[in-house]
Design a protein around this ligand. Structure first.
Ligand code: NAD
Ligand code: UFG
Length: 338
């Protein structure tokens, strides 16, 4: 299949590109590099030993996206192109709504005009909100999100659901990611946050490599076994494999389907720190700080549906997640700007 990856130079898109190429598909990347760089495309080609087509373009541009879709016989789109920093979305809500929703509407309109019927979307476990009991199951209703970023995901899911009702040809797969971490085992690709990392694993890795002095663990008084928050961390290559299955599924079905992509097992912040130290034999200095606004104490996935319907399950261990993160971080201490 010819798969167009909108936002394909980002952390999850780049790993998905490699796994799609490994599975025998062709990929076309469109990215404006607002949170990535053309170097990522070179790394994808290096790992896969395949040459790929990429465009520097804004997914919100009708002219650019029509030109790209008309130039290639696209079978499916995967929509990764979004802004994703939760705190920033609280400060700049309009930028988040504008970017995340406009990219979606423009992709759907261009797909309709070009006769492309299949799309996979990067949604998030955040759409379950605070109301639902964990583990989260796809049959639960979407809940209230604590920030504009989360609301963009919830609204976009609704947009897709309405679009499939109106267009019997359309096939949509909504993937609700839990907490992707890790890196490609080659050490050539990984997560490269700009500035101070918001997320736990990149912060831990930057402390270990000496770029940051210590981690602040946000809260140790939660009602969890060790008092720190628990999440369902999933290796980014497992997540990427889930996209290969999802894109193949979308091509065979019509309508909208939702899948959780998680492992089904939660780990606490302290367990992550300990696993990182143990598997890499490096110290990670940390201190306890106050709770971060909007954090839930714990949640994880019920991952049964993806296993039963997509024949996919996460297979990589927490130690592999930590080892691959460290391999990437120590070979690329400054990310892609080496
Ligand atoms: P990322 O920032 O690394 O990748 C997103 C890519 O989209 C970047 O390369 C960025 O330059 C590009 N982009 C953004 N707006 C664009 C636009 N208007 N036009 C063209 N390109 C644009 O993020 P990621 O971690 O790879 O996440 C991919 C998707 O998955 C995002 O939609 C994100 O919200 C979602 N998601 C991520 C996580 C996570 O923890 N990483 C969890 C749940 C959902
Ligand atoms: N944490 C720290 N210190 C840090 C960073 C994080 O203690 O410096 C803690 C957080 O408090 C939380 C855990 O580590 O308990 C995980 O935090 P992340 O920021 O890595 O991940 P979140 O679960 O907050 O959010 C992630 C994605 C969101 C997505 C959400 C639900 O970043 O995009 O999962 O899927 F919406």
């Amino acid at each position: 299949m010819e798969v167009l990856l909108a936002g394909g130079a980002g952390y999850i898109g780049s790993h998905t590109a490699v796994e799609l190429l490994n599975a025998g598909h062709n990929v076309i990347i469109v990215d404006n590099y607002s949170n990535s760089s053309p170097e990522v495309v070179r790394r994808i080609q290096k790992i896969s030993r395949r040459s790929i087509i990429s465009y520097e373009a804004d997914v919100r541009s009708k002219t650019d996206m029509m030109g790209i879709m008309e130039a290639h016989a696209i079978d499916s789109v995967i929509h990764f192109a979004g802004l994703k920093a939760v705190g920033e979305s609280v400060k700049n809500p309009l930028e988040y709504y504008r970017n995340n929703i406009d990219t979606t509407l423009n992709l759907l309109e261009c797909m309709k005009d070009c006769g492309v019927h299949n799309i996979v979307f990067s949604s998030s476990a955040t759409v379950y909100g605070e109301e639902n009991p964990y583990p989260y199951k796809e049959t639960m209703p979407r809940g209230n999100c604590s920030n504009p970023y989360g609301w963009t995901k919830s609204m976009i899911e609704q947009i897709f659901e309405d679009a499939v009702k109106a267009d019997p040809e359309l096939s949509v797969v909504l993937l609700r990611y839990f907490n992707p971490i890790g890196a490609h085992p080659s050490g050539h690709m990984g997560e490269d946050p700009q500035g101070i990392p918001n997320n736990l694993m990149p912060y831990v890795a930057q402390v270990a490599v000496g770029r940051r002095d210590h981690l602040i663990v946000f809260g140790n008084d939660y009602p969890t076994p060790d008092g720190t928050c628990r999440r369902d961390y999933i290796h980014v290559v497992d997540l990427a494999d889930g996209h290969v299955k999802a894109v193949e599924y979308a091509a065979q079905h019509k309508g909208a389907e939702v899948f959780n992509l998680g492992t089904g097992t939660p780990y606490s912040v302290l367990e992550i720190v300990e696993a990182f130290e143990r598997s890499n034999s490096v110290p990670v200095k940390y201190e306890f700080g106050s709770r971060r606004d909007g954090d839930l104490a714990e949640f994880w996935a019920n991952a049964d549906k993806a296993r039963e319907v997509l024949n996919w399950r996460a297979s990589r261990s927490l130690d592999e997640m930590c080892r691959d993160t460290w391999n990437w971080q120590k070979s690329n201490p400054n990310g892609y700007n080496n």
